[in-house]
Design a protein. Structure first.
Length: 129
């Protein structure tokens, strides 16, 4: 699992790992969450890939060209969707880390109660399966 570092912006709570991160803080996260934090949010950078050696190149850097494997596409930015559209997008995501990242993005952005409820409902549904 890669290690990411918060590079700029305010504090963010990553519920999937149960930590609040500020600039300079590091955390080990899933590949999908690292891709979201670095590529979509843009306020994190991959600083270490667990088990990587000095001989390895940047070819191992986490990227998100086609989206996470279980998400069926890029992680939705909740601020770009109505709650109804967001619910539709969420129904295709089965990865708890990705859903938690969407939750964090909504919480830090528009913070719509109905969107938070929709995301939490999807997280609960995935946990039940």
């Amino acid at each position: 699992m890669p290690t990411v570092e918060k590079t700029h912006g305010g504090r963010v709570v990553l519920r999937t790992i149960g930590r609040q991160l500020s600039v300079g803080d590091r955390a080990e996260v899933s590949d999908e969450l690292a891709a979201y934090l670095c590529d979509e949010r843009g306020d994190f950078a991959v600083v270490d890939d667990a088990g990587a050696t000095e001989d390895e190149t940047d070819d191992d850097t986490v990227g998100q060209e086609d989206g996470p494997p279980d998400a069926g596409g890029p992680i939705p930015d909740p601020s770009e969707h109505s709650v109804k559209d967001l619910r539709d997008k969420l129904s295709d995501i089965d990865d708890i880390d990705v859903l938690a990242a969407v939750y964090d993005a909504e919480d830090a952005g528009k913070d719509r109660d109905s969107a938070i409820d929709a995301i939490q409902s999807r997280i609960n549904a995935v946990k039940e399966d």
